[in-house]
Design a binder for this molecule. Sequence first.
Ligand SMILES: Nc1ncnc2c1ncn2[C@@H]1O[C@H](COP(=O)(O)OP(=O)(O)OP(=O)(O)O)[C@@H](O)[C@H]1O
Length: 683
Amino acid sequence: MKSNHKGDIESRLDLFKDDEGKESFSFSSESFKNVRDSIDLRRRNSDKDKNGKTFSSLHYLSEPCSLSWSDIVYSVPVKKGKKVILNHCSGHLKPGKMLAILGPSGSGKTSLLNVLAGRVTSGDLTGQVLLNGSPRKEAFRLLSAYVVQDDAMFHTLTVKETMLIAAQLRLPSRVPMKKKQEIAEKVITELGLAKVANTRVGNAFMRGISGGEKKRVNVGIEMMGNPSLVFLDEPTSGLDSFQAQNVVQSLKDLSNNGRTVIMTIHQPRSSIFQMFDLIMLLSEGNLIYFGGAHEEAVRHFQSLGFEMPLHFNPADFYLDLISMDARSEESEAKTRGRIEMLASHFQEEKGSELQATDTPALEDYAMPKSNISDSSSDYRAFELHQFQVLFGRAFTQITRDKIPFIISICTAIFFSVIVGMLYMHMGKNQKGIQDRMGALFFVVVNNAFGQMFAILNVFTTEKLIVQREFAARAYSTWPYYFSKLLAEQPFRLVGPLVFCVVSYPIIGLNPAWDRFLIFVLAVLLLAIAAQTLGIFLGSISRNEQIASAISPLATVILLLFGGFYVNKDTIPPALSWIEYVSHIQWAFSALCINEFEGQEGWACDGYEAESGMCDVNGEQILQRLSMDNQTVWEPIISQTLLICLLHAMAFYSLCKLKPTFKPLAMKPTCKEEKNETHLIDEV
Ligand SMILES: Nc1ncnc2c1ncn2[C@@H]1O[C@H](COP(=O)(O)OP(=O)(O)OP(=O)(O)O)[C@@H](O)[C@H]1O
């Protein structure tokens, strides 16, 4: 198997030049005639890297891929049994063709796309999907691209930077940087993004590129992995008809280059419909039609008595035919009858033709037979390289995103002045002890909440991008986690540091230098713990709303065990473990010990003197707080260990963000069970 990889890699990265050394192919070429010719031409004209391996400056099309699927039945459990979402769907698609899956809302378009892309996460799935006539293997995920509807991207990066980072992550490390730059620039030009190449992507708060341009950047990012198969879920959603036309034109160009393109789409305008080679019509999970998008489809429906009126958008005509009209019982029965008739007619006419056993392998399309590599290093960068690229991205993102940084500094100054003014007149008496404890607890709470919410806000948005990149196997968890940690942490600690520097002297805490430095250390450790807790809670929460609901809850519980509201000695034994995982408790203990330890001469007068409730030295104060018999280093070391634990939990929860798709092997259908070894996908 391994011995075939080199040839495979060479074909993936062939140079695309003609005999005079000029680039022979344009992404938007009108003159595309034969995919096989262009692939052969690229194979003849290859460039070699220093290891003698070939690579491409345009690198378009790794392997021509045909895809066939038969008898796909997909169901999900519901309260009363199970719901069939896809009911015996079959079809096949050869390289260089573009298929649109059309149907009313809820007809199963996205579900079918997910089945074909191997991205089903739950439910029961039977049937068969073949790649080039053979079962799919894990490498299929690296060979294919899935463009999601959502356009989440790093808003401070420019289009060019976004593309270049995608090229660096999604191409093998051995492709030289110069080539990656060329590829990124070429894709930018071909997707019509040259004018906005140096414009930042932007978001709701920062003006950037338009919605249509974002969609194209999204497509471009996935293209960087040089996929042979491109799956797109509603690539035109949210775009005006002109932008939608441009996006689909770009996709048509991709298929003209020999890629296999499958998309779901809602109500395409007629000029977009004209670009489809094939269409698949679904209604309530049933296959109504699969075949040529133009004359063949018109003839098919004509033969069933449904003549398309002249000058009518074919997409509208077909969708009207296959949509359920639920306005009245009568209209529902009528449309249901029509849909059932159309489905059963198509099944009778074409059903058996589309069975997997008859589906053509690649050779049957006169395409060169290929061996697809199984090794991820043949498709993606090495992990150390991933770390380097992700570190650069995180660093650029945090240094450019100045507003949250400025806000964190301003908030730190604001709160330190407030707390300073509130406590600046503390005396060295019994009331002063209370005030000091209040001030120290405020310092802890302010930093614990502030740091956790600051990271939660950023991370919940970033999580969407990370999930998408994890799903595309763009990088592993550790390069992402450690690059983010190292690039961002220093910046995230500036706010707490400013807080310490401003608040400490104003409040009038222990004036010794060593005490100040320990104060800073305890606050910074607290900030790190709170940030890590934020990443952990952000990754385990399904969405932003859940994250914002559970995070204060978790912090308030840890706050109750922080040592200020409840004395450590009075906590019930069954709950006492919570104080050990409370970063607030460790920080408060460290700050109190740091402030009071060894401090004598606390005045005792008035009511306290009469009641005999006076603490005249630091040890007595700490004893009252159950913080005696320990040095300041004990809570600091405990906090450090807690940070390690939180990091481990955050890392684990990030690993869990990697979507777990059902294996590419599916349960065979009853008919296939008899011949299981022949038909089932290999995993
Ligand atoms: N995991 C699931 N659990 C329960 N129901 C599901 C699940 N996945 C899909 N469905 C249901 O299956 C049906 C088809 O969903 P799907 O998203 O594939 O439709 P669609 O044609 O893409 O719809 P739309 O055009 O509105 O996006 C819907 O009724 C949907 O609610």
